[in-house]
Design a protein around this ligand. Structure first.
Ligand code: GTP
Ligand code: SPV
Ligand code: MN
Length: 613
């Protein structure tokens, strides 16, 4: 569709201004649909940026290799440009919005020369539903258009909902690599140097400006930029929650179902938990969402969650038929792979895929020919697939997608899980003593930094409150207060018992040999079953200084976990917790100054006292 055919006058004007600024060779409005998707893929095939995979093995699928500087989110180049620095808070990078817009306008000047501008109308959430939000992304990357087709709902149907004057989040994106006359990408992933990359958010005006990266959350602006950073600000203002959470449906052997959400930092197990195949007989898990949950209160006082996305942008390495068969099936066709290995028979390969690569040679994510790995692991630093290699797959291809996954009403949540990668101290599962204690737990989440972010901290434990450290669009202290306020409101309405119960989980405890003690994946169903029962007032538990822990026999031990192991991961490590609490008091909470809600300091005092036995 032509820009001149746009019926929304504000949108048309905004697009025309962008064209004048960015000087693309041509511009088109995306209409959605298979033909458009196929055309986008074909353009990148013609540019040598994509490889078509073997149609027998991976029908309708392609592989891309990105630039080695452009392989994950760039937190150091991500900005919350609120009017006041104090509104961005201590955990966000801030630049004065006027200054940032000036710098970025300079970068955007002529940035699409030699390229086509695509205008993507997209809906986060089912098109037309009350809870959905509309964005319009302008991009010069057909790779982004194709990914947005899978991850969001795109096209004319969104414009229809927008009508002549509906609200939308205007979102600029450019890879930041204009082409000279006659120049082509010629197989080289276009992006700008690190110091020119900007992932910027203007929370007051609800705008997103992204420049210089073509990868994942930096470029697919519906995901982290809109559905978390901008939406978290909307949620604060309007009394709801926009969270970095998976949503799962769990059904017990009696056929009773509950919905649970879980916030774990990037690459800490949300997709895997959302799709798990229980090892516990008679239990069933189905997927509603694997990364983001938007939750609003219903008239009954319960929190209802929707998944604003339409696809999975999942971590490839470590995914196999044993660990996550549902993800393997989801990505078995019509899937975009990025930074995986390419086998001789035209299929993808990654570390932990469960088998060695066929044939003599494989092409690694950098495009180099290497001997085919016989086993499914490679030495660190010499990986065939980048550790943050990803698959983009339609949610509807997931064999365990819950039938209610697109229900605009959302699903009523019974429990929130918080968690992270913690090799020590944090037990397998711990139930909060109440809402505020649960908010306290969320506020102190710590996790080893993973390859999902470009950072020199990878592998080190950092605090990542509510798994929202890189995604909260405002002051994190105000965010804690927002959570406390919601609990108090429910209490005042006599509906505190309708709030989800809050749990802390840790699948990543290690033993003295640096091996995971808990087998994880499908075996996590044992912990989910305990949580399910706790929500109904069952499940054997002991009251401890840090919360309610399962008795050593409450959770049946999986194979390979000894009685001593189980005792270790369900006990309170008093000394470890004292250090944890001291660290929160000294290094974590003071960051938030007087915005740190008093209730959380009270919790800190109380837990410290309880530990002092
Ligand atoms: P993002 O998409 O970055 O937000 O990540 P995510 O939270 O969805 O993480 P994901 O489920 O993709 O898992 C990331 C990595 O952790 C993969 O390599 C998994 O194999 C591994 N993983 C997931 N669940 C478990 C578990 O229960 N135990 C262990 N040991 N590893 C796990
Ligand atoms: C994450 O990093 O939490 C992701 C991947 O889900 S990205 O979309 O790149 O942010
Ligand atoms: Mn994520």
């Amino acid at each position: 569709m032509k820009v001149s055919e746009l019926k929304h006058s504000g949108l048309k004007k905004w697009v025309e201004e962008a064209i004048a600024l960015m000087s693309p060779d041509s511009a088109e409005v995306c209409e959605g649909g298979q033909a458009e998707y196929d055309r986008m893929i074909q353009i990148t095939l013609d540019q040598g940026l994509a490889t078509k995979l073997n149609g027998q093995k991976r029908p309708g699928s392609v592989l891309y290799r990105s630039d080695p500087s452009d392989v994950a989110r760039v937190e150091n180049r991500t900005y919350i440009a609120s009017e006041k620095e104090s509104d961005a808070g201590p955990t966000n990078h801030w630049v004065d919005p006027k200054e940032l817009k000036k710098t970025m306008t300079g970068l955007y000047q002529g940035c699409m020369k030699g390229r086509t501008m695509y205008i993507i109308p997209f809906s986060m959430g089912p098109v037309g539903s009350d809870i959905a939000k509309i964005g319009v992304e302008i991009t010069d990357s057909p790779y982004v258009v194709a990914n947005m087709h899978i991850m969001t709902r795109v096209g004319t149907k969104v414009l229809e909902v927008l009508g002549g004057d509906g609200p939308y989040v205007p979102s600029y994106h450019s890879v930041g690599k204009p082409l000279a006359a006659g120049e082509k990408d010629n197989g080289v992933w276009p992006c700008a140097p690190m110091d020119d990359k900007y992932i910027s958010h203007f929370p007051e005006t609800r705008e997103i400006w992204s420049y210089g990266s073509g990868y994942g959350g930096n470029a697919l602006l519906g995901k982290k930029c809109l559905a978390l950073r901008i939406a978290s600000v909307l949620a604060r203002d309007e009394g709801w929650l926009a969270e970095h959470m998976l949503i799962l449906k769990i059904t017990n052997p009696k056929g009773e179902s509950k919905y649970i959400t879980g916030a774990f930092p990037s690459a800490c197990g949300k997709t895997n938990l959302a799709m798990l195949i229980p090892t516990l007989p008679g239990w069933k898990v189905e997927t509603v969402g694997d990364d983001i949950a938007w939750m609003k209160f219903g008239d009954d006082g319960r929190l209802y969650a929707i998944n604003p996305e339409a696809g999975f942008f999942g971590v490839a390495p470590g995914t196999n038929d044993e660990s996550n068969r549902n993800a393997m099936v989801s990505a078995s066709k019509n899937t975009i792979f990025t930074n995986c290995g390419l086998t001789e028979d035209g299929d993808i390969w990654w570390e932990g895929i469960g088998y060695g690569a066929p044939g003599k040679e494989i092409i690694d994510w950098k495009g180099n020919r290497r001997p085919s790995p016989q086993k499914d692991k490679s030495p660190k630093g010499e990986e065939i697939a980048h550790p943050n290699a990803r698959f983009t797959a339609p949610a509807k291809q997931c064999p365990c997608i819950a039938k209610e996954w697109e229900d605009p009403k959302g699903v009523p949540i019974s429990a929130f899980l918080f968690g992270g990668r913690r090799p020590k101290t944090i037990p397998l599962v711990n139930q909060s003593k109440g809402w505020i204690h649960g908010v306290f737990m969320g506020s102190i989440v710590g996790s080893e930094v993973t390859a999902a972010v470009i950072s020199d901290q990878v592998g080190q434990v950092r605090r990542d409150p509510f798994a929202m450290l890189p995604f909260c669009g405002y002051h994190m202290g105000d965010y804690f207060a927002h959570w406390i306020r919601l609990g108090k409101k429910a209490e005042a309405a006599g509906k505190a018992d309708k709030l989800p119960k809050i749990f802390f989980v840790n699948w990543f405890r290690k033993n003295a040999d640096d091996k995971f003690i808990w087998p994880g994946y499908g075996e996590n169903s044992r912990v989910l079953a305990w949580i399910f029962d706790r929500c109904d007032g069952g499940g054997k538990a002991v009251d401890t200084p840090i919360g309610w822990l399962p008795t050593p026999d409450a959770i049946e031990r999986p194979d390979g976990v000894s009685e001593a192991d189980m005792a270790e991961i369900t006990a309170v490590d008093i000394e470890g917790w004292k250090k944890e609490i001291a660290d929160v008091r000294k290094n974590h909470y003071p960051k938030f100054g007087d915005k740190l809600p008093k209730e959380l300091y009270d919790e800190l005092d109380a837990i410290e006292k309880r530990l002092d036995v």
